[in-house]
Write a protein that binds this ligand. Structure first.
Ligand code: FES
Length: 111
């Protein structure tokens, strides 16, 4: 693991997420009330691009089949019903999350 500087803090607005490619990995960086978080940006079900997903509270919704992941932890939400329930119960796994630090207006990720 090593710290990599990725962007200015102002690039990820409050309540928003943005995808970055770091060391060949796609990472989703989110700003929740001024605190920054990083998780894998590819859905563990079939690789949906979470950078194109909708943010709902602390969750990002996969644009492909609508699995939900907590952007602060990477955990998949298993408490949803209907068609998505079958996917998230069986196939979608928790995503990796990464430490983020903020220094002099820049964000770095331990990856
Ligand atoms: S690819 Fe994300 S829910 Fe299927």
């Amino acid at each position: 693991m090593e710290w990599k500087t990725i962007c200015d803090t102002s690039e990820v607005g409050t309540g928003k997420s943005k995808e970055f490619e770091i060391s060949g990995k796609k990472i989703l960086v989110s700003n929740m009330d001024g605190k920054f978080y990083a998780i894998d940006a590819l859905c563990s079900h079939m690789g949906g691009e979470l950078g194109k997903g909708k943010i709902e509270g602390k969750d990002v919704i996969c644009p492909k089949h609508h699995a939900k992941f907590d952007v602060t932890t990477g955990k998949v939400d298993k408490n949803i019903n209907g068609f998505v329930k079958a996917i998230t119960r069986k196939d979608a796994k928790d995503l990796s999350s990464y430490e983020v630090k903020e220094e002099e207006g820049k964000l770095s990720i331990n990856i």
